[in-house]
Design a protein around this ligand. Structure first.
Ligand code: ADP
Length: 514
């Protein structure tokens, strides 16, 4: 008998070496064979002299594995190092090891092993059993940055192609525009827009507002009491008390305003605060919680129903964001010379302005849009969000954008602006801690906290996004306008004889220039 079967918790050096080797997951395609012979407790017999050792035969019984795992003389991570992946899977499948806790149990040096084992457990419990052998990558990733910060129950990562548009001149500096996307032509089209904008001297931006918001819902026994609380919050005294409590929680959170509203006996308070280089949701939540604790000292009957009462409004369409702004409010502006509009964009200033009014303004008004007065701001913004580690769910409000175009210099040139009141971005916290995303921020020169002026890195990112959105808007609208010009040209200048009828009616519009 081997020492393994006699004393599950002690090992010969050879056994230990084999166990540590077996810590690599066996190929599930070869799947574990049943041990050639088992004793009554189900543990494997050692191979006969001269037989080849097969690592997979060293799957010990559940009881043996439990004994090793529970040995009080070792830490859990030390015990797990003595078990093969298959044995850990066995323990987990029998409820001894929680799948969600694998990283904690294995320790920081074995995070990839924890992910590998979770994949196997999830895979084998699923109908398809495909995950374990799937093309979803999991190796060579720094899971230490994910743990406790970005994701739970990790089984790998999903790479997204990263392209570069531009560079684009923004406020005098050339920036490459990083875009993570699976939408073909998006990067190329944005690049074309960058080229046209650069030809006119680039984009200028102005930041008009910078405040993240949180809007808790607070119940009172009656509407009268809710009304009293509203008056207090709106008063100088109430504001000062709340501000002091709020700002005690972070050196970066500076309370800018409190907006109150009542529905029945429920009071909503929209806290708006600067958050340095963080996007700020964690920071503002902490501050709001503290402020409400202090407020309760003045209004003991109040009940905080939810720290977020949707008056914020986070990750949902809302007019309040469009009107008041959330995160960074940016206006970007550029002049595109007429010869660039015709030469690079293959359309005319007149056709572009006409299309912008009919599509982005009137069309969106007809659709009852809130903040959707643009062609595809979300495309560019979300691609940059993914590349730089932003919260992609916030593209809902961050993509709100009004694209405006007007002819200047007697109709020769194009003046273009995009107005984006809610760009919610940060360069610290959230997904910005991940290595690849940090690499992208580093390339832009805005990684982490700004050394001298907290908030400036995040603001620069918002300026870059608005400017890139402008490039995307210009290029797509030009393509649409140019397409229209081609159709108009075909309709007006070509013989209709033998030409099949157009399946799409040609919209009357400005005549193409000769
Ligand atoms: P968020 O509030 O966006 O969810 P986190 O709370 O994860 O972000 O990250 C913000 C943390 O980073 C805070 O603990 C804050 O103290 C710290 N921090 C360091 N430098 C800065 C900075 N320049 N701006 C904002 N936060 C900073």
């Amino acid at each position: 008998m081997s020492t393994t079967t006699q004393h599950p918790t002690s090992f010969s050096p050879r056994d230990l070496e084999l166990k540590l080797k077996a810590a690599r997951l066996v190929d599930p395609a070869e799947s574990l064979p049943t041990p050639p012979s088992s004793n009554s407790s189900g543990s494997a017999s050692p191979p006969e002299h001269g037989e080849e050792y097969e690592e997979s035969y060293f799957l010990r019984s559940f009881e043996e594995c439990v004994a090793i795992y529970d040995d009080p003389s070792r830490s859990k991570s030390e015990s797990l190092a003595l078990l093969s992946d298959e044995e850990v899977i066995l323990l987990s499948e029998r409820g001894k090891v929680a799948v969600y806790a694998l990283e904690k149990l294995f320790g920081m040096d074995e995070l990839e092993r924890a992910v590998r084992i979770r994949r196997a457990i999830v895979s084998r419990a699923s109908d398809t059993k495909s995950l374990e052998n799937s093309s979803i990558p999991f190796e060579d990733y720094d899971y230490s940055r994910v743990l406790g910060a970005c994701c739970e129950n990790v089984i790998g990562f999903v790479p997204v192609p990263l392209g570069i548009a531009g560079p684009l001149q923004i406020d005098g500096t050339m920036y490459p525009i990083p875009m993570a996307t699976a939408e073909g032509t998006l990067v190329a089209s944005t690049s074309r827009g960058c080229k046209a904008l650069n030809a006119g001297g680039g984009v200028s931006t102005v930041l008009t507002h910078d405040a993240m918001t949180r809007g808790p819902a607070i119940d009172f026994p009656s509407a009268v009491q809710a009304g009293r609380a509203k008056v207090w919050v709106d008063s100088e005294e109430g504001h000062a008390v709340i501000k002091a409590a709020f700002e005690s929680t972070s050196r970066f959170a500076k309370l800018q305003s409190l907006k109150t509203a009542i529905a029945g006996r429920t009071l909503y308070v929209r806290f708006a605060t600067s958050t340095g280089d963080a996007m700020g949701m964690n920071m503002i939540s902490k501050g709001t919680e503290k402020a409400l604790e202090t407020m309760k000292e003045y209004f003991p009957s109040m009940v905080v129903l939810a720290l977020s009462g949707n008056y914020c409004t986070d990750k949902k369409p809302a007019a309040i964001n469009w009107i008041e702004g959330r995160g960074k409010s940016i206006v970007a502006e550029a002049i595109v010379p007429g010869k660039v509009v015709t030469g690079v964009l293959k359309t005319t200033v007149e056709a572009l302005c006409n299309l912008n009014i009919k599509k982005n303004l009137i069309g969106s008004a007809m659709a009852g849009s809130i903040g959707g007065f643009n062609a595809h701001a979300s495309n560019i913004l979300t691609a940059i969000f993914l590349a730089t580690g932003q919260d992609p769910a916030q593209n809902v409000e961050s993509s709100m954008c009004m694209t405006l175009m007007e002819p200047i210099n007697d109709g020769e040139d194009l003046l273009m602006t995009v107005t984006m009141p809610c760009i919610e971005v940060g360069t610290v916290g959230g997904g910005t801690v991940l290595g690849p995303q940090q690499g992208v921020l580093e390339m832009l020169g805005i990684k982490g906290a700004h050394a001298k002026q907290p908030g400036q890195n995040a603001q620069t990112l918002a300026r870059i996004i608005a400017s890139a959105v402008m490039a995307g808007e210009l290029s797509l609208l030009s393509a649409l306008a140019a397409g229209h010009l081609i159709r108009a040209h075909m309709a007006h200048n070509r013989s209709q004889v033998n030409t099949p009828a157009a399946s799409v009616p040609v919209t009357p519009g400005p005549a193409p220039r000769p």
